[in-house]
Design a protein around this ligand. Structure first.
Ligand SMILES: Nc1ncnc2c1ncn2[C@@H]1O[C@H](COP(=O)(O)OP(=O)(O)OP(=O)(O)O)[C@@H](O)[C@H]1O
Ligand SMILES: [Mg+2]
Length: 274
């Protein structure tokens, strides 16, 4: 039986993302409890754990949508834990949320173009008022958005209303929007949730393609089969704490991980332990 210790790796390399003793409570609950996590450049890391383990909270702490009570976050060798979400986005951190967020009444292409705000020079108000800098940048944004749509396999739906897309394509749209911001780090919160066979395969291929290009990603996903396909390294959270790290095969055999999932109706689906 495997132990909780992860095999040695990347000890010398500079990390793209590093959290140290990150803590965030809600009332009496330590949703994220002294989490220290290191992600290397180019890595596709999976973050797994039972419902309520703190995965989404950890993502919000990294993206800046929540502030930590304690601890530090370094990104690209900068301390970011007190920065606003927009400042972190400009540094290259993108997030796709667990719940799909769409701009209703806008097309798929327009929804993706919104993702460009992290690198454009014009301000939102300049776009709204159609000021000159917006018009100079608009064709460039449109092209980048089309590239991102192509990447996510959504080009045929560019002109469709975003809310008319089925769930799988809405999730792909969120990824396209994040890619339009040209991130260095992409945080994906359950992008495969609710997707069926073919949609899952397309998503796995997209993630592997992005990884091939050197994009660093952290993926929250409950299905260990999917995780094994795309990620080479897994961090397991339970009750806010990191309880194991290692290869998918390594964490699957870890006793602490198995017991964290036992009692959960999805233990067998997730880990294939029973
Ligand atoms: N805004 C909030 N206010 C109060 N409690 C919260 C808030 N967000 C999260 N929590 C609590 O923090 C803990 C961690 O929640 P979180 O959503 O991070 O878990 P998760 O691992 O993403 O779970 P899931 O797999 O269900 O998405 C839970 O106990 C949750 O109820
Ligand atoms: Mg969550």
């Amino acid at each position: 039986m495997a132990t909780g210790r992860a095999p040695e790796r990347g000890v010398e390399s500079i990390m793209l993302l590093e959290t140290k003793m990150l803590l965030r409570s809600f009332g009496g609950i330590r949703a994220v409890d002294e989490v220290s996590l290191s992600v290397e450049p180019g890595e596709l890391r999976a973050l797994i754990g039972p419902n309520g383990a703190g995965k989404s909270t950890l993502f919000s702490l990294v993206s800046g949508h929540l502030q930590p009570d304690k601890g530090t976050i370094s990104f690209d060798e900068r301390r970011i834990e007190r920065m606003k979400p927009a400042a972190r986005a400009r540094l290259g951190i993108a997030i796709t949320f667990q719940t799909v967020h769409l701009f209703q009444g806008m097309t798929v292409l327009e929804n993706v173009m919104v993702g460009a705000h992290s690198w454009t020079r014009h301000e939102f108000v300049e776009a709204a008022l159609r000021l000159p800098r917006y018009f100079r940048e608009e064709p460039l944004i449109r092209n980048r958005a089309l590239e991102a749509l192509l990447r996510a396999g959504l080009e045929p739906w560019a002109g469709a209303r975003a809310e008319s897309l089925p769930l799988g394509k809405q999730r792909a749209l969120q990824i396209a929007r994040a890619l339009c911001g040209r991130p260095k780090l992409l945080l994906l919160d359950e992008p495969a949730a609710g997707l069926r066979g073919e949609e899952r395969r397309v998503l796995a291929e997209l993630l592997l393609g992005l990884r091939e290009e050197g994009l660093t990603m952290v993926l929250v996903e409950h299905d260990i089969g999917f995780v094994s396909e795309v990620a080479d390294w897994v961090t397991v959270l339970d009750m806010g704490k990191v309880i194991a790290e290692g290869t998918p095969a390594h964490v699957r055999e870890n006793e602490a991980v198995i017991s964290a999932y036992l009692g959960s109706a999805t233990a067998d689906d997730v880990l294939g332990t029973r």
